[in-house]
Ligand binder design. Structure first.
Ligand code: DGL
Length: 262
């Protein structure tokens, strides 16, 4: 394995940064290529058929161009719909992002769990399967919020976003029947951990779980015998269309210094 072979991160927008952050904590010298499919954003509003054809094709082109050692679909929507298609299309390890219902069920005392994702993710049979397998004795209340995705994009672009906007976007989940007993919320969209501070301020006393740290451990395990460069390098972020980009100061916190359009 070439020590300079990158890890390829993929999302519709900035959400994958919430997976990249924990990954760099365990693999600080990993070379990074981060692709954001801004031309397809937001995935949460797309159909299953659109995601299932778009994501494997795009990842195929990125793999040909960058020869990554591993690809991370740092997006719950793309993973719950297209992970199998991507794995069968690509000849390299592919790590997906699926809602962290299992750890949430291990933590919840009230046995009422909120699953906050995109509209596309919360309707996936994949979520039903996880709930049946790991949280059969829990009530699962799902809420799809395109507003929170937009708020995360705005925050990373350097805009001021208030706690009130975040509260208004997630409140319907707590207002649903039984929602007042939610004690644990699965952040089932990679954009949402980027709003961690605002969510905690809006709904104190609730525990939040996301897949980022677990995915980082999985990446480290899958690459455990591989060589890495001796020092960190500047990460590359690619967009599939000209778009509102995150601020360079925010990207620098994730080791990204080079931003381009594909
Ligand atoms: N970050 C994505 C996810 O984890 C999708 C956001 C969107 O494009 O709607 O589901």
């Amino acid at each position: 394995m070439d020590p300079n072979a990158p890890i390829l991160f993929f999302d519709s927008g900035v959400g994958g940064l919430s997976v990249l952050g924990p990954t760099l904590k365990v693999l600080p010298n990993a070379p990074i290529v981060y692709a954001a499919d801004s031309a397809g954003f937001p995935y949460g509003k797309r159909t299953e058929a659109e995601i299932a054809s778009r994501v494997p094709a795009l990842l195929g082109r990125l793999v040909e161009r960058f020869h990554p050692r591993l690809a991370v679909i740092a997006c719950n929507t793309a993973s719950t719909i297209a992970l199998d298609h991507v794995r069968s299309a690509l000849d390299l390890p592919v790590v997906g992002t699926v809602p962290a219902i299992k750890p949430a069920a291990e933590m919840s005392k009230s046995r009422v769990i909120g699953v906050l994702g995109t509209e596309a993710t919360v309707r996936q049979p994949y979520v039903d399967d996880l709930a049946a397998k790991f949280a059969a004795d829990c009530t699962i209340i799902r809420h799809g919020s395109p507003e929170l995705v937009e708020l995360a994009e705005a925050k990373l672009a350097g805009e001021e976003i208030g706690t009130d906007a975040v509260r208004a976007a997630a409140q319907p989940m707590f207002d649903a029947p039984g929602g007042d007993r939610i004690d644990t919320v699965v952040l089932a969209c990679t954009h949402f951990p980027l709003l961690d501070a605002e969510l905690r301020a809006a709904f104190p006393g609730v525990a939040y779980v996301d897949g980022g740290p677990g995915i980082a451990r999985r990446i480290a395990w899958l690459t455990r015998e591989q060589a890495w460069p001796g020092a960190p390098s500047e990460g590359l972020m690619l967009f599939t269309s000209a778009t509102r980009t995150p601020s360079l100061a925010n990207l620098a916190r994730f080791g990204i210094g080079d931003v381009r359009t594909l």
